[in-house]
Design a protein around this ligand. Structure first.
Ligand code: ZN
Length: 246
């Protein structure tokens, strides 16, 4: 018995299969991360092929059969192609990094309603907004870190609980996150935080739309969060996207 299913999805990756088919990895709203096959999608007459790009927000219809490795797609329709971000190297880089994060920090066939919603939302923002994609990526990483269970305190020392204001000196460690100056002395892999970096923590904590800071501070913050994720989940090993895009 197979059941006809319709769900929203974002296409994570695409590979050719056989002479004319395609395999897509999807992050779906209702069924989680899964692989689907689009038979004949690479033949010129196929309507399926045109919608099957990586990084599309789509409505997809497939025949769902339990215990089948790959579900068979019958229809796929684009809801958003995120055209603007494809024309901007930096936007594309961070949208790809968001996609990589979702792909690597979720398990197959597990449903993540909040991550799905956050994923579509951040792609729309990167696509539409003038906000630096670095800042949008940082916001998404903080959200994802929380959703996958590695949240750390953004305004207080993770060790002693002391409140850390934007004018204080504080540090970041890959094992604890944000820590005060005196607790940092007993920890290894300590990164000193300057006022700009503390402002970012503060802005994220206050859910500020914009955070006024330099691009180099945003890039430093991305590095710190990447190191934190590598420490928390060693099999992650860092973002491949950044090696690819440079
Ligand atoms: Zn402390």
């Amino acid at each position: 018995m197979s059941e006809i299913i319709k769900t929203e999805a974002v296409t994570l990756s695409k590979i050719n299969y056989g002479d004319t088919s395609l395999i897509l990895k999807l992050f779906t709203k209702d069924y989680g991360k899964m692989s689907v096959i689009l038979k004949g999608a690479r033949s010129p007459k196929s309507k399926l092929g045109a919608s099957a790009d990586t990084l599309n927000y789509v409505d997809v219809v497939f025949y769902f059969k339990e215990n089948r490795e790959m579900q068979l797609v019958s229809q796929i329709e684009i809801l958003n192609h995120f055209t603007a971000l494809r024309e901007d190297y930096e936007k594309m880089k961070y949208a790809s990094a968001v996609t990589e994060a979702v792909e690597r920090f979720t398990a197959d066939h597990e449903v993540y309603p909040l991550i799905f919603k956050g994923f579509v939302r951040i792609l729309k923002l990167i696509n539409e907004e003038k906000t630096p994609p670095e800042l949008l990526f940082i916001k998404f990483l903080f959200f994802l870190i929380k959703e996958i269970g590695f949240e750390f305190h953004l305004t207080n020392c993770s060790v002693c609980g002391k409140n850390i204001g934007v004018t204080e000196s504080a540090a970041f460690t890959v094992s604890q996150g944000l820590v005060c100056e005196s607790c940092a002395k007993n920890l290894s892999s300590v990164y000193q935080l300057n006022a700009e970096l503390l402002k970012i923590f503060n802005g994220i904590s206050n859910r500020s739309e914009q955070i006024e800071c330099s691009l180099s501070a945003l890039r430093k913050m991305i590095q710190l969060l990447e190191r934190y994720l590598i420490f928390q989940t060693p099999e992650f090993g860092g973002f491949k996207t950044f090696k690819l895009f440079g």
